[in-house]
Ligand binder design. Structure first.
Ligand code: CMP
Length: 147
């Protein structure tokens, strides 16, 4: 399988609960290596822009409010089949439906405070990586090839 890069956020509830280390350890344990990490508090404009695809959804205002309520960890993860693997480790969006042993089953409270975000497809991974990390390559092979 191809080496890919994907985008991940540890949301304000995960940072508040003090599980940054455990979330990253879980990623590393399945071969997802962080190749870029930032801890920051998102502005309203950053959160609205990031979630623009959900603008018309009834939960949009609450989502932006929550995502700006405290610091988040923004990460680029790299590994074999990273996009699908990240989604597998996170579990279903709604923690009540997340499989046992997934991050959301273990740490999340509800569909809003669901601890982690992960890109859902190659195109979104590309867009999300460049939204928060304009300085790094979105394609793993470009970087791996230079090592
Ligand atoms: P995320 O993967 O970050 O993408 C959009 C987020 O909207 C999602 O995770 C959830 O945390 C949040 N959200 C809140 N309410 C809903 C809902 N009813 N359906 C889907 N996503 C929701």
């Amino acid at each position: 399988m191809a080496i890919e890069r994907t985008f991940s956020i540890i949301k304000p509830d995960g940072v508040e609960k003090g599980v940054i280390g455990r979330v990253i350890a879980r990623f590393e344990s399945v071969g997802l290596k962080p190749v870029a990490i930032k801890l920051k508090r998102l502005s309203q404009a950053e959160a609205e822009g990031f979630y623009a695809v959900h603008k018309a959804r009834p939960f949009f205002a609450d989502l932006v409010k929550f995502m700006t309520s405290g610091p988040v960890v923004l990460m680029v993860l790299e590994g074999e089949g990273a996009i699908a693997k990240n989604r597998e480790v996170m579990g279903a969006t709604d923690p009540k439906k997340a499989a046992p042993g997934t991050l959301r089953a273990d740490f999340a409270t509800d569909i809003e405070k669901n601890t982690v975000h992960g890109s859902d497809a190659p195109e979104t991974a590309k867009g999300e990586i460049s939204y928060f990390f304009p300085e790094i390559d979105v394609h793993a092979y470009e970087w791996v090839g230079k090592r």
